[in-house]
Design a protein around this ligand. Structure first.
Ligand SMILES: CCCCCCCCCCCCCCCC(=O)SCCNC(=O)CCNC(=O)[C@H](O)C(C)(C)COP(=O)(O)OP(=O)(O)OC[C@H]1O[C@@H](n2cnc3c(N)ncnc32)[C@H](O)[C@@H]1OP(=O)(O)O
Length: 149
């Protein structure tokens, strides 16, 4: 992973996201990278993000992981296709299926796969793994900001 994370390539004006903006003082600072044709993001949730009972992550945080890694994946895929620097995408649609409880204090692996790039729209499928178990899957529709096109 010698290339900078996708999020570390966002222009400064677009790097303030709570989930993944490098310039957000209190955010999660998620980092996404290429891994062959897929993308990967690793994150170990803190117990303060506990869900309904101890030891497990709350669903909103899982959605955030899918959302922000999906946005990074869309931006990187569009940049790679067009041979241009990374630009900023926003979430138009976010779907999550929760398949198994997701532990905290365990490194999670979020993997992304591009389904479609059409104009400013990129669709990405995502999977959240914990110690080899598939905990959640998701699909996002990301749209490139017009001023970034
Ligand atoms: C980052 C900070 C920037 C700040 C400086 C700039 C400000 C500029 C405001 C941007 C807002 C930022 C918000 C904060 C960033 C988040 O926190 S991201 C999480 C929350 N997301 C949002 O708040 C996004 C709110 N939604 C929107 O702004 C607009 O609906 C969108 C998503 C930009 C799309 O609008 P649009 O650019 O007019 O795109 P549009 O031509 O309608 O659609 C493009 C394609 O996407 C498809 N599409 C659109 N919506 C959907 C949907 N819901 N489901 C499925 N497909 C869809 C369309 O069908 C179309 O597909 P094709 O026909 O080409 O196949």
């Amino acid at each position: 992973m010698s290339e900078p994370a996708f999020q570390d390539q966002y222009p400064d004006d677009y790097a303030h996201c709570y989930g993944c903006g490098r310039l957000h003082a209190e955010g999660h600072h998620l980092k996404s990278y290429w891994d062959g044709e897929e993308t990967v993001c690793r994150y170990t949730p803190d117990p303060k993000y506990t869900g309904g009972f101890p030891g497990f992550l709350y669903g909103g945080m899982i959605a955030s992981l899918i959302d922000c890694h999906g946005a990074g994946t869309a931006a990187a895929a569009k940049a790679r296709q067009d041979g241009k620097p990374i630009s900023r995408f926003v979430t138009a649609s976010l779907k999550v299926d929760y398949l198994a409880p997701t532990p905290i204090n365990t490194e999670l692996e979020i993997r992304g796969k591009v389904v479609e790039i059409k104009g400013r729209k990129v669709i990405v499928d995502l999977v959240v793994f914990a110690a080899g178990t598939t905990c959640a899957t998701g699909t996002v529709v990301m749209v490139q900001l017009k001023e970034q096109n």
